[in-house]
Design a protein around this ligand. Structure first.
Ligand code: NDP
Length: 448
């Protein structure tokens, strides 16, 4: 295995799932950092380079190329790797969906995710990929996980039933990366981002997550209270709701808005009094990360950290400072099991035929687990506070109505990002600023 794992600007980088929210944010980050040799796959969606916000005119969107590839197809994936020979891989392709899709298409979620990640991880190993990043999600943690969620809480109790097949596939991905690293000396890193939001998010009220749904509903509520039918029709033309677009009659539009909780109550001071219905009490707390921050964290880890840094840090519990190689950082601190730690950190990574490629002769005292990294802010906000923040940014004057007859879901879901912080990365965009930028993007004012 080649120990020279530093990503060069001309390195061949494969972004699997490059048309998705996560994959496209990673490509944009790579382009803005000057990477010139990116290949991404597409499957059903047609790629669109014009949506990238490239910050310097010298940087070119033609540094990224797309190939059509169904990652469920083992033979096609094998041919792709043989032909392209990527040096670095971001595995951001997955079958994803909300709670209803996860619960209904349980077989598809476990089969497709296992198949996609098996194909990519195994082909990466066979083709000598220098470093790979596997993207999972925080649904890997138990249903009643202590808060904030630390990496070590993985597999400590039962999962949430509705997305168990998806979570099991993601946990298998983490274990696959760890196992290939331990057996074959590969350099695969797993990251688990929290809820993301940002440009290109899904604003379809039938399917969208809470933050983009609230932005759109409150935006439509504001247009309605201002009697701004042009804005309402423009919005529906961009993204119809249940097939209702801007050409529908006022009656049809008011009906569909009401169905999705944008309700006209009565006239107050010559303005319509509008109420936005929000499911639940507003008390559940959630964490949100700007999608470009997430991409920045992924690229930072791929540029600067290796699997051995993560296990070294785990064994020493010492923050890793920038550009500190493992040998330099080695273990000046006291530790519980000095021998096993030395074995972990001083052995060269090779394709050792016997034993363990990292030099770990595994015993109960030196188990290597929970090497994945949470990517989050460590800050949460109640749904009520979130809705009020959006209301203020949009300038909506009407009411927010919390329908307590509807379910709340989990009361708190927050990551502990300490490990990420000690690896040297911290989020930059705070929620208020992110929502403001996302709303500008939504209104079509910026390319953000
Ligand atoms: P998207 O649905 O936006 O993107 C999924 C990508 O996977 C698309 O590019 C899609 O291609 C591709 N894909 C799916 N099936 C296939 C296939 N059979 N062959 C080839 N490509 C395929 O998802 P996200 O970007 O949101 O998620 C990506 C990863 O990030 C997932 O692992 C998810 O768990 C993780 N994540 C996402 C979070 C979020 O809030 N969005 C939060 C935490 C983690 P195409 O569009 O062309 O069909």
């Amino acid at each position: 295995m080649n120990n020279n794992v530093k990503m060069q600007k001309s390195s061949k980088i494969f972004v699997a799932g490059g048309t998705g929210l996560v994959g496209s944010a990673i490509i944009e980050n790579l382009l803005n950092k000057g990477y010139t040799n990116i290949v991404a796959n597409y499957h059903t969606r047609v790629p669109n380079n014009s949506k990238f916000n490239i910050k310097h005119s010298t940087l070119k969107t033609n540094s990224v190329r797309y190939e059509k590839l169904d990652l469920l197809d083992t033979v096609a994936t094998e041919a792709f790797f043989k032909q392209e020979k990527p040096e670095f891989v971001f595995l951001a392709a997955a079958k994803v969906g909300g709670i209803i899709a996860n619960n209904t298409y349980r077989a598809d979620f476990i089969y497709e995710n296992l198949q996609i990640q098996n194909n990519i991880i195994h082909q990466s190993y066979l083709n000598g990929v220098k470093k790979l990043m596997f993207l999972g999600s925080t649904c890997i943690y138990p249903k009643n996980c202590p808060q904030p969620m630390k990496e070590e809480y993985l597999l400590t109790s039962e999962l949430e039933y509705t997305n168990e097949p998806y979570a099991i596939a993601k946990i298998a991905g983490i274990k696959m990366c760890e196992s290939y690293n331990l057996q074959y000396g590969t350099n695969y890193i797993s990251v688990m981002p929290t809820n993301l939001y940002g440009p290109n998010d899904n604003f379809d009220l039938e399917k969208s997550h809470v933050l983009p749904a609230l932005i759109r509903k409150i935006h439509l509520g504001k247009a309605l209270e201002d009697n701004n039918w042009d804005a309402i029709r423009e919005d529906l033309n961009k993204l119809p709701i249940e097939g209702i677009d801007g050409s529908a009659s006022e009656k049809e539009i008011l009906y569909i808005l009401d169905k999705y909780g944008i309700k006209s109550l009565n006239i107050k001071h010559s303005k319509l009094n509008i109420s936005i219905e929000i499911w639940g009490s507003g008390k559940p707390r959630r964490e949100f990360l700007w999608s470009h921050d997430m991409a920045d964290a992924c690229v930072f880890l791929m540029e600067n950290r290796d699997f051995k840094d993560i296990i070294s840090q785990q064994f020493t519990n010492t923050p890793i400072t920038n550009n500190l190689s493992l040998s330099q950082s080695t273990i000046t601190q006291p530790m519980a099991d000095e021998k096993s730690c030395e074995a972990l950190t001083q052995s060269p990574i090779t394709n050792a035929p016997s034993g363990n490629a990292l030099g770990v002769h595994q015993s109960l005292s030196n188990e290597v687990r929970n090497t994945h990294i949470n990517i989050g802010t460590g800050v949460d906000i109640s749904i009520k506070e979130l809705a009020e923040t959006i209301k203020e940014i949009v300038g909506f004057k009407g009411e927010l109505y919390f329908n307590t007859e509807k379910p709340d879901g989990t009361m708190k879901k927050l990551t502990d990002p300490s490990k990420l912080h000690s690896l040297g990365w911290h989020h930059k965009v705070e929620l208020h600023d992110g929502i403001r930028r996302m709303y500008e993007w939504y209104k079509g004012k910026t390319n953000e």
